[in-house]
Design a binder for this molecule. Sequence first.
Ligand code: ZN
Length: 258
Amino acid sequence: MSPPLLADCSTAAAADLLDDADVALLPTGATEQHGPHLPLGTDTRAARGVTARLDREDCVVLPPLAVGVSDHHRQFSGTLSVSPETFEAYVRETVESLAAHGLRKVVVVNGHGGNDDALRRVARRLRAAETAFVVPWNWWSNLTDEHEELFGRDHVGHAGAAETSAVSALAPDLVDEKRVGEADAGAGDVWGVHVGGAMVLDDAADFSDNGVVGVPSDGSAEAGERLLDAAVADLDRVCDWLGSRAFASLLPAEHQGR
Ligand SMILES: [Zn+2]
């Protein structure tokens, strides 16, 4: 059964739920272009989809944060973005308010790579303050083998085969099939323009005509089911690891002396 949603609980029900839960799951995503064929909310939908498919009763799902750090997609219509500082503060204060109710172990189920740096900073800061222990986890982070087997390439891209597959599995009505060919035609091959090991240009518009990186037409609902199953199994392992540890054991080590 899916973990319960905090936002669907009354405060009375939440008191029991938060007492019993070992781990909170915070879905984070983005509202940004995903080519001509996928919805702006692809990343948030993927994060929510993975949490909803988890079969655990010791977790509680927090409301998703649907606008992330997406400035590098700003040239494409519909993209919304906040600064890394705003996103970091919003996540941190959300987790601090949760911790005040006694639940201090959180997995951020993230759907958007642009949020990575801010989430890592949040995790370090809350651990150092001994307020909460946060594990930032990207749903695609451990799927390199699946991606290679399914699509013959090991990088996930953007709005490419992996995300097209995930949305095809989670919300098929939101994939504009008529535009998948167009999505392929205007796509870039790799993320960023690279010179001598430096990423010299990093707006999506610098290396992709339509914002896509990868080959969307390689995606399918079947591939999406396989990716999501593997992601859910990964998230289950993360929850096992975090849920089985006492909060105090997760705090930073003492100074080691001279
Ligand atoms: Zn995405």
